[in-house]
Design a protein around this ligand. Structure first.
Ligand code: GLN
Length: 310
């Protein structure tokens, strides 16, 4: 694996330029109206390494809606809070369905396939609301601590927009409640979930905040344990098999890194033992993954030989 990062800034710029010159397809998410207002031309990339380097290009310091990338942090908090009991209520299998699908959930009696599809993340949100007295605050301060940045904020417009257009997520939550797999009141669970999805962060902040997953659960800068090595392994395994939704197989096949996308256009990829890549470009493919963001991760991983399957 390449440890010399001296020519990385130039590589990142070159990757962005190549994407700017391409005519790529993709559509900004509009089922959450506030996200449809984001300029589709934003493009950023950041790489944070476990030995403390942070490099970026383009809009790498512009905050965007982290959306489903928040599911990674929620999962870590829930694992820390209730341990292996979590796995009685949610599985760890790829779903083979769109991220907000409802069909499978009834067949499988209210047990979500994994914690990074919407049903699974709502289940995790329930674990957090019922095990923290102020789960939203706990979540925000977890993010601020991980990125060591107290300016990280909740975008209230995105939150309101999600709440007003959240019927499908409400349906998923009520269906799980009907199978006794949700403990808290549904409005509380939804409010927590929409809050964590509406957090705004930049590529740089996200890359830094996930370094513990590239370092066996230990924050490489503060040397604080964020989760156990076993749980870091488990989260990376889930991200490898399900983090890019129904494109996870293709992503593993062509890139080979644990990764998570969000409909705000962000993609994070963990390179165990090395660092974290985060990219941002709002237009999405039909799986809900950023077209250019995925290309950028793929391009960099290939150039640096980062696949975990080598
Ligand atoms: N908040 C979004 C939703 O619930 C998150 C989805 C995503 O980023 N894939 O639909």
């Amino acid at each position: 694996m390449i440890k010399d990062i001296s020519n990385l800034p130039a590589k990142l710029e070159a990757l962005l330029t190549a994407q700017k010159n391409k005519n790529s397809e993709g559509k900004v998410a509009d089922y959450i109206p506030a996200l449809a207002k984001v300029d589709p031309n934003h493009m950023g990339i950041s790489v944070a390494t476990i030995n403390g380097n942070v490099i970026g290009a383009g809009d790498s310091q512009v905050p965007f809606s982290i959306q489903s990338i928040s599911k990674v942090f929620g999962l870590v908090m829930a694992m820390n809070r209730i341990g292996d009991d979590l796995w009685q209520r949610v599985n760890m299998e790829p779903s083979g369905q769109p991220f907000n699908s409802i069909i499978q959930l009834e067949w499988e009696k209210g047990i979500p396939r994994n914690p990074v599809i919407n049903a699974g993340a709502l289940l995790v949100a329930d674990v957090l609301t019922s095990n923290y007295s102020a789960s939203k605050l706990a979540f925000l301060s977890f993010m601020r601590t991980l990125a060591s940045d107290d300016n990280i904020f909740i975008d209230k417009k995105v939150y309101q927009s999600e709440l007003t257009h959240g019927s499908r997520n409400a349906a998923l939550a009520y269906l799980m409640k009907s199978f006794d797999n949700i403990q808290s009141d549904i409005p509380e669970v939804l409010s927590h979930y929409f809050t964590q999805c509406s957090i705004a962060m930049s590529c740089q902040q996200l890359a830094k905040s996930l370094l513990f997953l590239a370092n066996k659960g230990l924050d490489p800068i503060s040397q604080k344990s964020i989760c156990s090595a076993r749980d870091a392994h488990r989260v990376n395994a889930i991200l490898s098999t399900s983090g890019m939704y129904d494109q996870s197989g293709e992503f593993a096949f062509s890139v080979g890194l644990p990764a998570k996308s969000g409909v705000g256009g962000g993609v994070v990829a963990i390179v165990p033992g090395y660092g974290v890549i985060c990219t941002w470009s709002p237009p999405l493919n039909t799986f809900g993954n950023s077209v250019i963001g995925t290309n950028l991760v793929s391009g960099l991983a290939e150039e640096l030989g980062l696949s975990i399957y080598h």
